[in-house]
Write a protein that binds this ligand. Structure first.
Ligand code: NAI
Length: 303
């Protein structure tokens, strides 16, 4: 692990932040930055996705107010810090832009080119990619030194860990400023290099892969495996519940990316069961159905 530079100051609260992509991760990251006090622009190409993201944040915060963990005033103040945008020109004054769009190298590169053209030179461009090489993402950039991996975990407002990922061209100063900022936001930031799957997603591949194999081979069904891993293993979530939470499109893309990065090493072989779920749109919680059915009235996985 690279040594932590503890002397560098985080971005000031007044610094304008933007999060691109208002989905599962983007909404959560916007909430974290807004809770710290930053003015945050929540950008998505789809205005309905922004509204869904804002509703999701608001609903989560209302739950906290009900439980007495937050005041209504604090909720209002946090929501007031988030401004929706669909025009990239709105990002001109940002100091940090975090992209959390679809896990696709070509699409992310296109967005980064667009950001380079529209953001100030001193703006750090961060990517929340789960598994795409930060070096490869920066390869077509004019200034790849400004690109830093800032990998949050799901749900972003709750999970403490943030991997600060350096590609070959990432500048130490930008990685350190991103690390300091994530730490100021209350996160446990960890430096790492851009290896396939970084740290956690690499370690977690067998957790998903072997659970999928046991179920495909008829060793035990998904609900039994989830219960067993939680009950006997002490995990907060079973592998199938967790894949439903992450989204099968995302989880499958991560496995494919790690598999390819290791020259099709069979240890990382993607699951056909998961591929089929993606193909039929059963993406997990976000689509209402994955291994479990999340529709109104359906039986939910046991807690
Ligand atoms: P999601 O599918 O929930 O949301 C993606 C959002 O990006 C959508 O609202 C979509 O409209 C928007 N989008 C797509 N292309 C765009 C573009 N070119 N410009 C602007 N907006 C665009 O996806 P999710 O799960 O939030 O994942 C986003 C990123 O975060 C991916 O890179 C993923 O690998 C990573 N990630 C996902 C985690 C998870 O558990 N779901 C955990 C950590 C990282």
């Amino acid at each position: 692990m690279t040594t932590v530079n503890s002397t560098i100051a985080p971005l000031d609260k007044s610094a304008q932040i933007s999060v691109i992509g208002a989905g599962t991760m983007g909404a959560g990251i916007a909430q974290v930055a807004a809770a710290y006090g930053h003015p945050v622009i929540l950008f998505d190409q789809n205005p309905e996705a922004i509204q869904r993201g804002l509703d999701h944040i608001q609903k989560g915060l209302q739950g906290q107010v009900k439980r007495g963990k937050m005041t209504e005033e604090a909720l209002q103040a946090l929501m007031a810090n988030i401004t929706p945008a669909t025009d990239i020109a709105a990002l001109a004054d940002c100091k940090l832009v975090i992209e959390a769009i679809i896990e696709d190298l070509g699409i992310k590169r296109g967005l980064l080119a667009n950001l380079e053209a529209n953001c100030a030179e001193d703006c750090i461009l961060a990517t929340n990619t789960s598994s795409i090489s930060v070096t490869a993402l920066g390869a077509e950039m004019k200034h790849p030194e400004r690109l830093v991996g800032m990998h949050f975990f799901n749900p972003a407002p709750i999970m403490k860990l943030v991997e600060i990922v350096s590609g070959l061209a990432t500048s130490t100063a930008n990685a350190a400023l991103t690390h300091a900022t994530a730490s100021a936001w209350g996160k446990q930031a960890v430096y790492t290099k851009s290896t396939p799957g970084f740290i956690v997603n690499r370690v977690a591949r067998p957790f998903y892969a072997e659970s999928l194999r046991i179920s495909e081979e008829g060793g035990a069904d998904t609900a039994t495996l989830d219960q067993l891993i939680k009950g006997a293993g002490g995990f907060r979530m079973g592998p199938f519940e967790l894949m439903d939470l992450i989204g099968h499109d995302v989880n499958y893309a991560v496995t494919c990316s790690v598999f390819d990065a290791y020259y099709q090493d069979p240890r990382f072989l993607p699951s056909l069961t998961q591929k089929a779920l993606v193909e039929c749109g059963r993406l997990g919680r976000k689509s209402g159905h994955g291994f479990y059915d999340y529709s109104e009235g359906a039986e939910k996985p046991a807690a």
